[in-house]
Ligand binder design. Structure first.
Ligand code: PBG
Length: 343
């Protein structure tokens, strides 16, 4: 086909179409691609979830999460120091609790000397510039593996909230900056806010896991904290049904009304549509959690040589930014920070 004439002799082209319009022009070189990039992933977008264990607990590796380990408190302090030097703004702490310390009343969760509180105090003292996020949920401490108290096979709502409030309070006293209720009990955000305010922790933030789905992608995490064996049944009576999206918006609306400062969507990659809807509807800080199973998929495939792990990692995280997330919890945080530093 003949090329259309250029200059004054050219037939007026169809406005807004080829060949006047060539989308590829803005993709010809890295400099122009950088110039027109709509989203960027930076180290300041990352929250690094870490697992802590007791000194006498020998299991450091997690088979379903290659490259992730359980740290003693001393090792955690060192690792978090490294994260801070890379510019990572915050970490999230998850404990691997010995079976002997788990019980049906979850009393370990509210003990100011528990593993989480000791880790928070040690990290706060050594690395004061990093933000510390603590999960509020009973599963690591529950002999039945659920996020709330269980009575006759039912996960109790209001009774669980009382324990969750105490758990939030001991974490705040230890120096936690962001309380992150991941339990999905109704009304817990407001109750925790009141409890924190009454104890003069009005600056302690609440990031609610507002849209947390009953997901198969949490499997490796449950191995990591040692709750997979304990869990009786599933979490479908409190976590969201993966079929639902409007319901997630109601959860977010309620948590915001109860005082959440930030909301989280979890898992991440299969729920990018939820992140976008939450961001568009409420225009509030919206975090995403790239959960253990997502990490395991990318890492596992990369270890097999089936995909380029580094590129898949960066692409998956950039996708969260595009969907509207302000920050992402990811087990890749250290790798990403190192990679971004290299340029
Ligand atoms: C516990 C909790 C879970 C995760 C974070 N907090 C697991 C669950 O609800 O069973 C999952 C994180 C991950 O998979 O990386 N309430």
């Amino acid at each position: 086909t003949p090329r259309p004439l250029a200059g004054p002799l050219a037939t007026p082209a169809l406005a807004g179409s080829y060949p006047q319009i060539r989308m590829r022009r803005n993709r010809t070189a890295p400099w122009v691609r950088d110039l027109v990039a709509e989203n960027r992933l930076g180290v300041e977008d990352l929250i690094w979830p870490i697992f802590v264990r007791e000194d006498d607990e020998p299991q450091t590796t997690i088979p379903s999460m290659p490259g992730v380990r359980r740290h003693t408190v001393a090792e955690a302090v060192e690792a978090v120091g490294a994260a801070a030097s890379l510019g990572i703004p915050a970490i999230a702490i998850f404990p691997h609790v010995a079976d002997a310390r788990k019980s049906a009343d979850c009393r370990e969760a509210v003990d100011p000397e528990n593993l989480v509180c000791r880790a928070v105090r040690a990290i706060k003292a050594a690395v004061p510039q990093i933000g510390i996020v603590c999960d509020v949920a009973l599963d690591p401490f529950n002999s039945l593996g659920h996020d709330g108290l269980v009575h006759e096979g039912q996960v109790l709502n209001d009774e669980s909230i009382e324990v969750l409030c105490k758990q939030a309070r001991v974490q705040a006293e230890a120096g936690c900056d962001v309380i992150a209720p991941s339990d999905m009990m109704d009304g817990r955000v407001g109750a925790i806010r009141n409890c924190l305010d009454a104890a003069d922790f009005e600056q302690v933030k609440i990031c609610s896991y507002a849209a947390k789905y009953a997901s198969a992608f949490y499997g490796p995490f449950r191995d990591a904290i040692g709750s997979s064996g304990a869990l009786v049944g599933d979490k479908k009576t409190y976590q969201l049904d993966p079929a639902n999206s409007d319901e997630a918006l109601r959860e977010v609306a309620l948590d915001l009304q109860e005082g959440a400062d930030m909301v989280m969507v979890k898992p991440g990659m299969p729920y990018l549509d939820i992140i976008r809807r939450v961001k568009d509807t409420f225009a509030v800080p919206t975090l995403a959690y790239q959960v253990s199973g997502e990490y395991a998929m990318i890492r596992g495939a990369a270890d097999q040589g089936w995909l380029d792990g580094e590129r898949a990692m960066l692409e998956s995280l950039l996708a969260f930014k595009r969907a509207g997330a302000s920050a992402v919890l990811t087990y890749f945080a250290l790798d990403v920070a190192r990679k971004l530093k290299e340029g």
